[in-house]
Design a protein around this ligand. Sequence first.
Ligand code: PMT
Length: 424
Amino acid sequence: MYLPGLAQYTLYHMVSLTNKRIVVGVTGSIAAYKSAETVRRLRDAGAEVRVAMTRAATEFITPLTMQALSGHPVHLNLLDAQTESAMGHIELARWADAVLVAPASADFIARIAHGLADDLLSTLCLAARSPLAVAPAMNWQMWDNPATQSNVARLRERGARIFGPGSGSQACGETGPGRMLDPQDLVALLAGMFETGELAGLNVLVTAGPTWESIDPVRVITNRSSGKMGYAVAAAAMEAGARVVLVSGPTALAAPEQVECIRVMTAQEMFDAVMARVDTAQVFIGTAAVADYRPAQAATTKIKKTSATLQLDLVRNPDILASVAARTPAPFTVGFAAETVDVERNAAAKLRAKRVDLIAANLVGQAGSGFEADENRLVLIDASGTTELPLLSKLRAARELIHHIAVRYHAKNPAENPRLAHRQ
Ligand code: PMT
């Protein structure tokens, strides 16, 4: 079977599945051996995986194998006190960002098409509100049977995604449609489900990381920014379908795949890089912690420690965010506000002073969020109000921010994409 766009999905899947929570359901089919590889590839792509198996599946592959590969106990039956007390099936259904049943036998497809909930996996499929993907695996005559075709059509109508099946030689020795897709294709298709397309076709310019302002050839003035928040914003914008340029100060991070990364050192270099590209950007997001001041004159040789005190004359750096917002026409302009006290009040003042469309404020100076941490708690402020996000991984926080931006961008520019103009 020809699957258009697979190669393209493959390019993106490392980013799209990072931190995604995937339940892999395994049912009774000879293709169950491929689910071990599917779980391994999902984890390689950054997903968190839990496995649920039907009784028939355990005849083909052992729960121990799946436990070792997923790193968690396998969910087998509704009455298992041990796994149910660790994470019950309803909790598991709520936990999942997506459920992938691979392989899905003809019998299992029939059961979920009719809403049966007579074992743990079918109950979980019924309880889950997250997207469901099903990878059929069966003999070609079973696949061709009108009963199976009508069950598959019924699942599709309810929004389930049907991955495959592929066509080729089958375990029974016959040839035809019904082969489960290969694990790398399943992972790529699953990743594609998370691409929202909310920023499709737009150019997004993001700044990230700190800047370094030279005092002399060996010393700099800088701050604690690691770049994690800005790189996550770039990755989330890319996932949403945008073409992303990331202007980054010095960090130890690798640029997200498919993002054009321009490395700079100083605030002036960051300013120049942004100004050279801002006219083609529809959205600008200033996540960088730009040094407000730099030494008036950087010494050309290392300053010797000859006196007890040393005075440095500092001069103001250009304000990149304010300069972008002041352009006509200006892109949809988003600033960050790093505050140590009165987060909302100070951020609202920045929203007005810098005349930006949206401010993402965060508390800094405390462990666990803001600078360097892996998580952040953002407060999003714009003219229409304030949205407080919970403490989230930086990638999840970035995805929420990008969704927020997309909704407001399309409301402001309804002619560009009427389909997205009224989304919440
Ligand atoms: O990099 P991490 O370790 O992941 O940390 C993330 C972060 C804490 C750096 C990030 O979440 C954040 O808050 N970034 C903005 C930091 C900052 O400089 O805030 P500010 O309140 O001083 O500046 C307000 C806004 O003006 C920011 O969008 C900043 O990029 C921009 N600015 C500031 C000064 C300047 N000369 N030019 C600017 O564009």
